[in-house]
Design a protein around this ligand. Sequence first.
Ligand code: AMP
Length: 356
Amino acid sequence: VLAPGATIGILGGGQLGRMLSLAAARLGFDCHIYTPEENSPAARVSARQTVAAYDDEAALKRFAQQVDVVTFEFENVPAAALRALTGSGKPVFPQAASLAVAQDRVDEKEFFARLAIPTAPFAPVNSRAELDAALDKFGAPAILKTRRLGYDGKGQARIMAREDAPAALKAIGAHPAILEGFAKFDTEISIVAARSRTGEFAAYQAVENRHEDGILRTTTAPASVAMGIAVQAQKYTQAIMEALSHVGVLTVEFFVMPDGKLWANEFAPRVHNSGHWTEDGAMTSQFEQHIRAVAGWPLGSTAIVSKVEMTNLIGADADRWQSYAADPEMRVHLYGKGDARPGRKMGHVNRLFPRK
Ligand code: AMP
């Protein structure tokens, strides 16, 4: 168990690392951020930083020597970096298995299947012939995705009709891919949950997510789905975390189908954008919960204290910070990113609906 004063090492310097670091500070920990990026959102609020590439083994070793536990905010950390850190003797949570499965969309879907968790029909695609065969099997519409390194709708192409196949292959480039049948879902929900070093499990209530252009736009907590659906989603999430012996926060995204069945879309072995509502709407934020789990602390309460609508501030949205700040029902969170490129997540606002 880590006592206050210990140092938590975080791989990745983005907004998730920033919010983890702020939560850790509140519990009396220091954070040391490891990122290839100068002046990162996370490092600017942290005690220490290392700016180095993820494959710089000497820098990784030095980093491990300076921290008491290693975690990550970014799931595309190369497996070799995690192996090097694990070999350093310092605890690494979550362990490499969670990361490895989540990094490959085919492995991830096969993992869901082994746990009897339904998904959209899928097939690995490495060539035009395999794409045609998959389209023969489950038809259009479908989505072609790269197996690795996709996020926020990047590395994805929709196939509305068979004629779109060559353009879709071209759009995602020459990468190993997966074809997924299109899920005609009613809504999208996610479960953010945590598992401690002693195997204690705690899930937040299911939340409803709305995407625009492949990027999360809003999360509503709690989701307005039937209780049975929300409970089933939590059960699937627990099964995933037990199978991985996961320690820390993990998030699973589901499609709610018209027949009330859940199809798992993907999981992230980390805190997640659809959990940002917990900063203002739950007893314990997802960030504090993750820090508690990796530090060997008991998990905090996941009870909801206010209904919340979280909206991401994407690109120029953040320019309206003054009007958000003037709204008494909103909590404003900005990530300290200088350059508001289109599609870039600059911050979020949580609109609270406290019980009167
Ligand atoms: P992903 O990167 O896999 O989370 O995809 C981003 C978003 O694209 C999802 O949250 C859905 O809104 C949509 N999407 C992804 N896969 C599918 C699918 N098989 N069927 C329908 N919509 C999908």
